[in-house]
Design a protein around this ligand. Structure first.
Ligand code: NDP
Length: 240
């Protein structure tokens, strides 16, 4: 039987590349999204991967959503916490709502998914959780106190949960992508993006597939001795 992988934010951007990468690696994949049904239907038509709609920030919705996925595909062996949003602004301009929403989706989503899948993984003696952090959680970023705090929190969450899973065959790792050419980065003004690319040692944006390959590796059998780590996939930007 194929192992089951769940990918939040799986219907576009990095998440879509992760879904197709995991499918190609032999996993039975479930994608999770929250927005447009039309876009999700298009994703399913293109990839043959079914998408489930629920908000990762809603604890009960996650428990119910994961139960529905498991009823159809079987127990989740691999969870990729990839769903993420930005609501940028300097602290002076940032509303409490923009702070809370970003923390609830980016960081709260990891907790909610882990609550749904970690106990089963531990019981069965095998599991992989891969959390998508960010270079901006490692280095901070002007105008992103909410996002940087959430992503930095993911890196701490990863190391703490890894310690709870280590003796039970469950690894928990994070990936810290740099700037990747997805919708999220398309929202950055061109003049700002030019300055950002100038600071990336390899001199270009990353591709979603480059993050996906790292996720597929961490999700596999060969990565069993790696846990609590953060893999920087950001063209060397974490060094500066
Ligand atoms: P996109 O904005 O392209 O896609 C985000 C995905 O997350 C979408 O599938 C979206 O669903 C889903 N999503 C958003 N909110 C929720 C929610 N509340 N519940 C369930 N799903 C949700 O993002 P990217 O592909 O660019 O980024 C993916 C991850 O990588 C994010 O965590 C991001 O922070 C991180 N990252 C991205 C970088 C980049 O340069 N792009 C750099 C560093 C980190 P829907 O389509 O339905 O809205």
């Amino acid at each position: 039987m194929a192992r089951v992988a769940l990918v939040t934010g799986g219907t576009r951007g990095i998440g879509e590349a992760v879904c197709t990468g995991l499918k190609a690696a032999g996993f039975s994949v479930a994608a999770v999204y929250v927005g447009s049904d039309e876009r999700a239907a298009d994703f399913t038509a293109r990839t043959g991967i079914k998408a489930w709609k629920f908000n990762v920030a809603d604890h009960q919705a996650v428990l119910d959503g994961v139960a529905a996925i498991e009823a159809e595909l079987g127990p989740v062996d691999v969870a990729v916490n990839n769903a993420g949003i930005t609501r940028d602004g300097t602290l002076l301009k940032m509303s409490f709502e923009a702070w809370k929403e970003v923390i609830d989706v980016n960081l709260g989503g990891c907790f909610n998914i882990a609550k749904a899948v970690f106990p089963g993984m531990r019981q069965r003696g095998w599991g992989r959780i891969v959390n998508i952090g960010s270079i901006n959680g490692q280095a901070g970023q002007y105008g992103q106190v909410n996002y940087a705090a959430a992503k930095s929190g993911i890196h701490g969450f990863t190391k703490a949960l890894a310690q709870e899973g280590a003796k039970f065959g469950v690894t928990v790792n994070a990936i810290a992508p740099g700037y990747i050419d997805t919708d999220m980065v398309a929202a950055v003004p061109p003049d700002v993006l030019e300055k950002i690319v100038a600071k990336i040692p390899v001199g270009r944006l990353g591709h979603a597939e480059e993050i996906a390959r790292a996720v597929v590796f961490l999700a596999g059998e060969d990565a069993g001795f790696i846990t609590g780590s953060t893999m920087s996939v950001n063209g060397g930007q974490h060094m500066y």
